[in-house]
Design a protein around this ligand. Structure first.
Ligand code: FAD
Length: 363
């Protein structure tokens, strides 16, 4: 088989580059995907009850990058939606991220925007040298906020106490001094009508794009002649783990369907204390779907085989850098995306990166 371009991975990164190659260069491109579906981690499908669910965790699109937004508009229409998150603290839901509303509801106060500064100031713990994530939160929000919102949540999320995590993991805690309770403040926010998989399918719908599902690229790559590979799989796997295996945090997903229209007040709730799970997502509230029943997803972070979050400590960053140094010496292979760069990217960031990479390869 002969292709000028081979893309490994049919997630957003790979699909965007493949779409650009086909539509802008009119060149044939082969996309190889090891799973039995496209869309990578933004894959969604209708479950047995007919509710659209995201199989690898909840995703909401948000960006200030107009070019990325316009690019996707070619392939989907949007259900415009403002993501809102509530945190379950002391038996009540309060808005996240922490805003004036959160402080007023949590402490039963009626502070104005001007009084918020003084309140936070009076709570802060003085720490001479800020080294850990615990120091960051204590020095910015004080003990009570640290324990109620961050300490146990971080332990669940990463399996590590914040006092053992570098300060860069929580470099700043966002305090909104106003009453804005939206989770994101980006200009463009929403989810594609019919889901992300439908959008990805539209992006791949070009006669120059050939798709090979259920195939690990290593099984076939020796039989393919190509000029350039865009690799979006795990960087350590590409190099046969020769420097060791990179660490990821995984997630156990528990889907539950209820015979009622609504399960919780907003699409996403955070559970920083007491429970094993960190988040509960109610999909219909994100997608705008109307249905008599509702499906929720509970997320329990764990150590597992499926890689979700890159591990935010110096040890793994150093190892990833060593792999990146190896990658930079590879001829004709471009490493792109969250797995190939060992970097957390939001969807808009990974599409922006893919569009930029395309500009580099097209010349
Ligand atoms: P992926 O989607 O992982 O695609 C890589 C593809 O490569 C996969 O399909 C994989 O199967 C394939 N592959 C791997 N190895 C091989 C191989 N050997 N051979 C062939 N194929 C291979 N972003 C937002 O903007 N908003 C959100 O709300 C949001 N929520 C998130 C929630 C969770 C739980 C997580 C983990 C991430 C979230 N993100 C969110 C980030 C978003 O998921 C990523 O930006 C996006 O998935 C990155 O796309 P990608 O193509 O780099 O990686």
């Amino acid at each position: 088989m002969k292709f000028k371009y081979v893309v490994v991975g049919a997630g957003l990164a790979g699909i965007t580059v493949a779409e650009r190659i086909a539509t802008q260069l009119n060149e044939e491109v082969l996309v190889i995907e090891k799973r039995n579906h496209i869309a990578g981690n933004v894959y969604d499908e209708y479950n047995d009850d007919g509710i659209l669910v995201q199989m690898y965790g909840p995703h909401t699109f948000h960006t200030n990058d107009k070019e990325v937004f316009d690019y996707l508009c070619q392939y989907c229409k949007w259900h415009e939606y403002q993501h809102r998150v509530l945190s379950y603290v002391n038996g009540n839901f309060v808005p996240m991220p922490i805003s004036l509303e959160t402080i007023n509801q949590l402490y039963n106060l009626n502070l104005s925007e001007f009084e918020m500064d003084d309140f936070i100031e009076s709570r802060k713990v003085k720490i001479e040298e800020i080294k850990t994530s615990e120091d960051v939160v204590l020095s910015q929000g004080g003990q009570d906020i640290y324990e109620k919102f961050f300490k146990y949540f971080t332990i669940k999320q990463w399996g590590v106490d914040p006092s053992e995590l570098d300060k860069s993991v929580i470099s700043r805690i966002p305090f909104r001094k106003n009453r804005d309770t939206r989770y994101f403040t980006d200009q463009y926010q929403g989810n594609p009508y019919g889901g992300f998989t439908k959008m990805c399918k539209n992006m791949l719908n070009h006669q120059k794009i050939k798709l090979m599902l259920n195939t690990d690229y290593k099984e076939v790559i020796d039989d393919i002649e190509y000029e350039k590979m865009i690799y979006t799989g795990p960087i350590d796997y590409y190099f046969d783990y020769k420097l060791g295996k990179l660490k990821y945090r995984s997630i156990k997903f528990i889907f539950e369907t209820y015979d009622c229209e609504s399960y919780q007040p907003v699409a996403s709730t955070r559970w920083p204390m007491d429970y094993d799970y960190t988040r509960i997502t109610e999909f219909k509230k994100m997608t705008g779907q109307k249905h008599d029943k509702t499906t929720i997803l509970k997320e329990i972070p764990c150590d597992g085989e499926e890689p979700f979050y890159t591990f935010p400590t110096a040890e793994w960053k150093d190892l990833a850098q060593q792999y990146r140094d190896l990658a930079s010496k590879e001829k004709n292979v471009i490493f792109l995306g969250r797995l190939a760069e060992y970097k957390y990217y939001d969807m808009d960031d990974v599409i922006r990166r893919a569009l930029d990479i395309f500009e580099e390869i097209k010349v």
